[in-house]
Every structure is written in C-alpha cells, then in structure tokens.
Design a protein around this ligand. Structure first.
Ligand code: M6R
Length: 589
C-alpha cells in the first residue's frame, strides 16, 4: 500500500523516480508526488489521481536526488494537501505505512506551536524529524523513529544535503545498488532494469544513500551488512506486450506459472519433504484470493493426503489464541509476501513454536524471513491488482505439498495429472465463451456464485473477482446454503452462477439450480460435466469447461471465472487493472 521510490545519481532524479512510481502504481493510485533536490533546495510537485499527472513536471524538474510517492489513502481523503511528499523546516519525507500513535504525537506538536497542513498521519514524521534535526539527518530520523508506533517505510531528504535517509519497520524497503547511482523503493518492479544488485532492509534498519554509497545501520548508527542479491525484476513483465490490460496478459500467463512453480518446487523438494515429516495438522491462512487458494489446498491435504487441515482468514487468525500441539504446520499463502495480516499471523505461529511454511511469489519478502520453509510460486511480477496467475501458482504449490504427504503410488499418478494443468488452463481460456454471461452480469442487480465442495472454494474466488473489478454486488455461497436465506434475494434481476465440476456432488448442485430457475431468477451453469450441460441447455446460460478430474478442476473453473470478471469489467468500462479504492499489497491493517 503506497509506493515509495528514491534515487541519488547523475541522471535527472525526477525522471527516474517518476518511472519507478509508474511501476509501483499497483500499490496505490489516489495521488502522487515527487520532491527533488535542486542546488540544495527542495522542490515538490504533487497531484491528485494517477502518477501520469506528474509526467510533464518530472521532465522539467532538475536535480540528482529525489524521492517520490504514489498513495493509497489511509488517513485523510485523496487531495493535494494530503498527497506526499510532506515538508517542514527544510525536511521532506514520503511514507508508506500507518503511524498508530499519530494523534497523540500531533497533539503534542500542536501544543508546541506546529501548524499542520494535511490530515495525514505521516505529517507528524516530517515535523518530528525537523524538530530533532541538528545538522545530521540520519540522527534526526533515528530519534523520530523511536517515537513512532505502527509501520513505516520512510524516505527523508534535507535541504543542502545530497543524501536520502531510509527507515523501515513492518513496511518493505528494497535498496538498488547501481553504478554511480543508488535507489530505494517499496518493491522490486521499480528497480527493473536499473541496477544489477539489490538488498532488503529489515525491521529497525536505517540506510543513508548517496550516488556513490549506501550505508545501512541500526538504531545506534552502527553499520550493519545485509545480504546482496541479484536484481531479478524483469522490465518485460512490466509492459503490456500487446494486451489491452495486465489482467488478461497475466491470466494467459497462468499456464507458464504452473509449469514454473512445479520446477521451482522440485528444486526444494528434499527440504520441503523433511520439514513436513510427521505433520498431523495443517492450518492454512491468507487473505482474499490467497485465502481462496488455501480453501482448495485444504481439500488437497484432507482428500489426497489424509491430513487434517483448516483454513482461517489471516486477519482473524492473527488475533486468535491458537493451541499448538503435536506436529502442527501453518501454511501462509501470499502472493506479495507483505500482506500485513498474513505476515502477522505467521509471526504469531512462529513465536508460539509452530513450523511455518510460506507459499509466496516474492522470495525477498517479509514472509520469507519469518517462515521456516519457503514454497515458491513462480508467477513473476503480477501487476494487475486483481490476482489471476498467482492463484493458479498457489493452487499448484499446495497440490504439490499435499502430494508430499500422500502415498507414493497415489502421488505419482496425481503428479502426472498436475502436468496437464497448464494445457487445461490454456484450453479453458481458448474455448470458453463468456460474452453472453458477462452481459447478463453487467445487467444484473446482484450476482451470486454457488458451488459445493471444491466448487464452493472457486465460487468465492469468482465472486471476489467480479466485485473487485466490476463493482457489482453479490457474493459466493455453498449451493447447500441457498435455501437457508439467500433464495429470498432471487428475482428476475438477480443472476445465480453455479459452478459444477464434481460428479459426486453434481446432482445436489443441480437441485439448487432447479430451485433457482423455479423462482424466476437468471441462472448460469459453469460446468465440465456433459450430463449437466444437457440438463440445463435452453433453461440456463450454460458455460462449458473442458472435462477434467475433480482435483484439477479449480485450474479451469477459476480461470473461467477470472476471465468472466474481466469481460464484465470491460463491458462496464471499468479499468480491471486498477479498481477503485484498492491497492495490490495490503501492508496496513
Ligand atoms: O499478496 P497477497 O496474496 O497476500 O494478497 C492477498 C489479497 O490482498 C489479494 O489476493 C486480493 O484479494 C486480490 N486483489 C484479489 O484479486
């Protein structure tokens, strides 16, 4: 949430920071701003709306040190006054995170005569740094950080100094190590193609960046070393490559994500196997789409491996009082590896002595520092706020984990099945016809997704995706629950979409379809089963999925529903890549 970028070097710093912010826009797009050091003076530009509004100014501003911000508003509406950077007393900052004790700090500063210009929590930071500044910016930032409660990824500059001071606590900061230039940013895409090496700040770290040097230190100012990695962010992943939107591009990358996830798993198989040995209970956690992948994972662990598994929303789990007994494993599923709720749930379990696995697409993220075992999802950069290919990657990683716990012979067969998942997704996307259904969704007053068993897990994903990018009301329910309340909502303007892929439960779901048709509701049936297709031909909108085994079905049905959400958003003229009010990585509570 919120993207920050800093640069010190010999190029036009405003342009470099502008380019970086464009690549981080998925983290928030309510407003944006850049501050540049020009001959010792700081110049600031800000605008409400997307980063591109800054483009013309970024080309005019001169100077070789700059910081910038793209905002997802937490405290204070999107406005120019609330946009970052914020300045006071010759200091300028950008901040990602939430200062939980800002009201108290603000009250004290106001009583000392400070006049606040914004409604943000972040403004207390700049006013505190300015208050503590006595010629050394790093010292002032350290003193300020001692007073802050909450989370921060913070960049500060000071008039007359060609340096950036960065600080990190519970919000990510990555440093890019260039040749005669250095960078800092919230996330790797901002550094794609800019530098060969990167390193990641840890909680409580501070860094001072100039064009020639990066010094990382602790809160006593003592220099520390952090591991340096090759910068693997790919510029190609950040371009549309001929597609109209990132969402559809990334959906089409789901097959290669599954393939690459299988290969990446292979490389860590021995370590994973050892870590799973003796496990008798699994708790899966995540948020949003990752939670939905975990729901599918639960079926894999229980039905393929016979190991008890439960799934909890990470935002709930982090405040539970879990009982750690026997060989319990927590599996945290997160694309970004930075989702605050998921990270904190993992930290809770780790502190209680449970083994923690992270199923993640971000190998340098916070979750990887907490987890005992990292299970890679090899999706590459996912730019669209709506998750697509990362879901397929997460489901395949969970499938592979379950196979590690199942009987050898069964595992062999199931693995061969998984090799068919990439083709299954491609075939689904090639053959599927959801144009008519997307029109029906766009006209409906409410859209409900229903299914049983594994299809219920996918129904939740279909519903989230549609709400997220089309802004249509609705929900996902077990088909069995329909008659316990939801049926009252059905009329000729509501659409109920049933997902039916499990032959064992098909007749039960078909009953619910009949009941909905009888009550005059619009009905769609999304199914891989030929007998269900014939049963509802001419009585419902039938969307055919390729025939496939039960455990592979989420690869097809989820891809179909993600595509349906995309088509509906396009029909309604919504931007599927940047839905209103949202950001990709939810690093705050
Ligand atoms: O990075 P994470 O996987 O932890 O993110 C979790 C959710 O915020 C995310 O899946 C969100 O629900 C997506 N925007 C859904 O498309």
């Amino acid at each position: 949430m919120c993207g920050i970028v800093g640069y010190a070097g010999s190029e036009s710093a405003a342009k470099v920071v502008y380019d970086g912010l464009k690549k981080l826009e998925y983290r928030g797009y309510d407003s944006a701003g850049i501050a540049v050091m020009n001959f010792g003076r700081i110049e600031v530009i800000k605008s409400v709306g997307r980063v591109e509004k800054l483009e013309k100014y970024a080309h005019i501003l001169e100077g070789n040190v700059a910081i910038g911000h793209t905002r997802w508003a937490t405290h204070g509406k999107p406005s120019t006054a609330n946009a970052h950077p914020h300045s006071a007393g010759g200091i300028t900052i950008v901040h990602n995170g939430i200062i939980e004790n800002y009201a108290e700090l603000k009250q004290k500063l106001v009583s000392e005569g400070e006049i606040f210009l914004s409604e943000t929590d972040s403004e207390v930071i700049v006013r505190l740094i300015a208050k503590f500044y006595e010629g050394n910016l790093l010292n002032a930032v350290i003193k300020c950080a001692e007073l802050l409660k909450g989370s921060y990824a913070l960049l500060a500059i000071c008039e007359g100094k060609n340096e950036i001071v960065a600080a990190r606590y519970r919000s990510p900061v990555i440093i890019g190590l260039g040749d005669g230039c250095n960078f800092c940013a919230s996330d790797e895409p901002a550094l794609a193609g800019k530098c060969k090496h990167v390193c990641v700040l840890e909680d409580g770290d501070f860094a001072v960046l100039t064009a020639d040097e990066v010094k990382i230190c602790d809160s006593l100012g003592k220099e520390i070393k952090r591991q340096v990695w090759l910068n693997t962010a790919e510029p190609a992943a950040l371009s549309l490559g001929g597609y109209p939107h990132f969402m559809i591009k990334e959906l089409w990358e789901a097959p290669s994500t599954v393939k690459n996830t299988v290969s990446a798993f292979r490389q860590r198989e021995e370590q994973i196997k050892d870590a799973l040995s003796g496990v008798d209970k699994i708790i899966l956690t995540g948020c949003g789409t990752a939670y939905h992948a975990a729901l599918v994972g639960k079926r894999y662990f229980e039905e393929l491996a016979g190991v008890e598994a439960t799934v909890e929303y990470a935002g709930e789990l982090r405040y539970n009082t879990p009982i750690i007994s026997g060989h319990i494993v927590l599996i945290a599923v997160t694309q970004s590896g930075e989702t605050a709720d998921t990270v904190e749930a993992a930290r809770l379990f780790k502190n209680l002595g449970a083994k923690v696995f992270a199923v993640t697409n971000s190998l340098h993220s916070e979750i990887t520092r907490i987890a005992d075992v990292v299970v890679p999802v090899a999706a590459g950069s996912e730019i669209c706020v709506a998750a697509t290919k990362s879901y397929s990657g997460q489901v395949s990683a969970l499938y592979l984990l379950a196979l590690q716990l199942s009987e050898k012979e069964v595992a062999k067969e199931l693995l061969t099945e998984l090799y068919g998942a990439p083709d299954l997704i491609s075939q689904t996307l090639q053959d599927i016809d959801v144009y008519a259904l997307a029109e029906m969704c766009a006209r409906a007053s409410g859209v409900y997704f229903l299914g049983r068993g594994i299809d219920y897990a996918v129904a939740l994903e279909g519903s989230l995706k549609l709400k997220e990018i089309s802004y249509l009301a609705g929900g996902g329910y077990p088909a069995s629950e329909l008659k316990h309340g939801t049926l009252a909502l059905i009329d000729n303007k509501t659409l109920s979409a049933f997902i039916i892929t499990d032959p064992d439960l098909a007749a039960k779901s078909a009953n619910a379809v009949e009941q909905t048709i009888s009550r005059g509701g619009m009905v769609a049936v999304i199914t891989s089963l030929p007998e269900v297709q014939s049963q509802f031909a001419h009585r419902a909108e039938v969307v055919k999925l390729p025939e496939c085994g039960k455990y592979l079905s989420p690869f097809a049905s989820a891809a179909a529903l993600q595509y349906l959400a995309y088509r509906t958003a396009v029909t309604l003229n919504r931007d599927p890549d940047k839905p209103r009010n949202l950001a990709k990585s939810v690093t705050v509570e």
